[in-house]
Design a protein. Structure first.
Length: 128
């Protein structure tokens, strides 16, 4: 399962990359430091799962999710954010986010979310 990481924090990107690379069933396929770069990277790499931050300087995670799913509709998005409001969660889910987690979530919860949404993608491909 190919995973793209989009977050403006280098520390978060590196930590998630290391976490993904330690898993035998997951493959890191790239990282981006902004929503705009994340959209471009998703077009180039066609990831199974995108781990997306909500707040970024150029294009926020909600809009980046919309653009990614427009260009790569088979990708699935997990929103991993440092803050949450009912309106931000609602907007993210409306944009197509499949899981919404806070950055304080344990690593196992993040991995479970990636596998769950990636597995849903694989199940859909089998039906196509």
């Amino acid at each position: 399962m190919r995973v793209l990481i989009v977050d403006d924090s280098e520390l978060v990107r590196m930590g998630l990359q290391s976490l993904v690379e330690m898993q035998g069933d997951l493959e890191w396929c790239g990282s981006a430091a902004s929503g705009r770069a994340g959209v471009q990277m998703a077009i180039e790499t066609r990831p199974d799962v995108v781990v997306m931050d909500l707040s970024m300087p150029d294009v926020d995670g909600v809009e980046a999710t919309r653009q990614i799913l427009d260009s790569s509709p088979r990708s699935r998005v997990v929103m991993l954010t440092g803050h949450s409001t009912p309106s931000s969660e609602k907007a993210a889910l409306a944009a197509g986010v499949k899981r919404y987690l806070l950055k304080g979530a344990p690593p196992d919860a993040v991995l479970e979310a990636i596998r769950a949404v990636g597995g849903a993608r694989r199940n859909q491909l089998a039906l196509d």
